[in-house]
Design a protein around this ligand. Structure first.
Ligand code: NAD
Ligand code: UDX
Length: 478
């Protein structure tokens, strides 16, 4: 029986390996992590991440051919194919800080693989990494392997799933990308072995093979292009507000041109998530390192536009509410970076809430999937340095200015304004008359995702701000 191990049981390692195990009952799949709490959660009824459909997939495969373990060494030594799906965050210190990817977790995983390997291994880069990483990893593996003659074939197999739709994305991917050394016989065999795994459910024409560097770079470029679309439409949202155009109408009109396409044109309070900003900054760093200043500046602007959009939203709220939000209760609906996930990494809600609270507001946050402790940790990380004791303590960093509640009505009760920061479906069907009745007047709605029925809200009596929409007379400033 072929054995697959995966180092890293996170948002990517967990779902991707669960899908391989589901579709390939003849393959044993073991997902590994140094974080015991995370592995315990994968082995429990309450999985460590919220993802629609994931529970069912895990329930079917776990204990059959899908296992979760902290025994990294044992399972890596036994595996034929080892995926590495560890985190590759932006470096916070040292050379390239703020831009370059931190490959410390990757290198540590590679050292473990090298130390325990007594047979040939196919090592698969599942994490998103800078172009040329495979070259460095090859050296780490070869120089640290204690058993002479063991061969490591490195493949790049970046993951394109989006959170919230991970199971659908994995079930029917647009493409599976495999980069490898097709100039070597062992490289061709490794590509064929990984192709064979995916071919159990992915049509062959969707499995794309390239050289290693094209594959590594394509992942960064895919995320940069996706994020660029959002920054582009967000930039136009600002212009729409100045001119009376409606960004939804503009997006619809341009998206019907099949050369542009309709997807990823929703203006928003800003993109979040663990990937877009980190991967663009990484791309910017690579371009700078290669001396391509203009190319670096071009892509960096996508991130700067995202920051502008978040700031613009905060300023719009403050100026519309008579230039003072000090002491006012504001209901924040949604904290996750998008709907159908509990993930808050780089969520625009962090910057928006920080901006509002720094101006004296009281933010009362409701999110269906994000726990209070997570919100406190995120806000503490934004307010203090990462190693400040408050960040670890789990204490509320804004004291009475910050609170969380477990339903949307409680968040809105007594509030001066409601701000929608995540597009959860349940916000669309709230009893908005009931909400209005419980709020301080004039009651404002700032829809950072354009998901609510603005005309209906206006007929109830709200003053409404929809991003990129014609402005109500009360909504001022920029
Ligand atoms: P994550 O932080 O959720 O998971 C990474 C896991 O790796 C953690 O649980 C950590 O404890 C573990 N880990 C780190 N070093 C380890 C080691 N040496 N040995 C064992 N375990 C170790 O990260 P993620 O969101 O799953 O992302 C993983 C990679 O996939 C990143 O490179 C990311 O850019 C990429 N990616 C993420 C997404 C996404 O939607 N989250 C999508 C595509 C690609
Ligand atoms: C992204 C990529 O889509 C995925 O292919 C890659 O593997 C990982 O990074 P993810 O970050 O999980 O996935 O979610 P995505 O759906 O891309 O959304 C990212 C952010 O953009 C979210 O904050 C979302 O709300 C925002 N967004 C998305 C918009 O503001 N407008 C849009 O039209 C689409």
């Amino acid at each position: 029986m072929v054995k697959i191990a995966c180092i890293g049981a996170g948002y990517v390692g967990g779902p991707t390996m669960a899908m391989i195990a589901l579709k390939c009952p003849h393959i044993e799949v073991v997902v590994l992590d140094i974080n015991k709490a995370r592995i315990d959660a994968w082995n429990s009824p309450e999985l460590p991440i919220y993802e629609p459909g994931l529970q069912e997939v895990v329930a079917e495969a776990r204990g059959r051919n899908l296992f979760f373990s902290t025994d990294v060494e044992k399972h890596c030594s036994e595996a034929d194919i080892i995926f590495v799906s560890v985190n590759t965050p932006t470096k916070t210190r040292g050379v390239g800080a703020g831009f370059a990817a931190d490959l410390a977790y990757w290198e540590s995983a590679a050292r473990t693989i090298a130390a325990v390997s007594t047979t040939n291994k196919i090592v698969v880069e599942k994490s998103t990494v800078p172009v040329k990483t495979a070259h460095a990893i090859q050296k780490v593996l070869e120089r640290n392997c204690v058993h002479p003659g063991v061969r490591f074939d490195i493949l790049s197999n970046p993951e394109f799933l989006a959170e919230g739709t991970a199971i659908d994305d994995l079930t029917a991917p647009d493409r599976v990308l495999i980069g490898g050394r097709d100039d070597l016989e062992s490289g061709r065999a490794a590509i064929a072995a990984l192709k064979e795994v995916y071919a159990n459910w992915v049509p062959e024409e969707r499995i794309l093979t390239t050289n290693l560097w094209s594959s590594e770079l394509s992942k960064l470029v895919a995320n940069a292009f996706l994020a660029q679309r959002i920054s582009s439409i967000n930039s136009i949202s600002a212009l729409c507000e100045e001119t009376g155009a409606n960004v939804k109408e503009v997006a619809n009109a341009i998206g019907m041109d099949t050369r542009i396409g309709a997807k990823f044109l929703n203006a928003s309070v800003g993109f979040g998530g663990s990937c877009f900003q980190k991967d663009i900054l990484n791309l910017v760093y690579i371009c700078q390192s290669e001396g391509l200043k203009e190319v670096a500046d071009y892509w960096n602007q996508v991130v700067l536009m995202n920051d502008y959009q978040k700031n613009r939203f905060v300023k719009r709220m403050i100026s519309s509410m008579f230039n003072t939000i000090s002491g006012k209760k504001l209901a924040i609906l949604g904290f996750a970076f998008k709907k159908d996930t509990g993930d808050t990494r780089e969520t625009p809600a962090i910057d928006v809430c920080q901006g509002l609270m720094d101006d004296g507001a009281k933010c009362c946050i409701y999110d269906p999937q994000v726990k209070e402790q997570q919100i406190f940790r995120d806000m503490a990380t934004a307010k203090f340095e990462w190693d400040h004791p408050t960040v670890k303590s789990g204490v509320n960093p804004y004291e009475t200015q910050l609170s969380t509640v477990s339903d949307a009505y409680a968040a809105c009760d007594g509030a001066h304004a409601v701000s929608v920061l995540t597009e959860w479906d349940e916000f669309k069907t709230l009893d908005w008359q009931k909400v209005y009745d419980s709020m301080v007047k004039p009651a404002f709605v700032f829809d950072g995702r354009n998901i609510l029925d603005h005309d209906k809200l206006r007929s109830i009596g709200y003053i409404v701000y929809g991003l990129g929409k014609p402005l109500d007379p009360f909504v001022t400033g920029n």
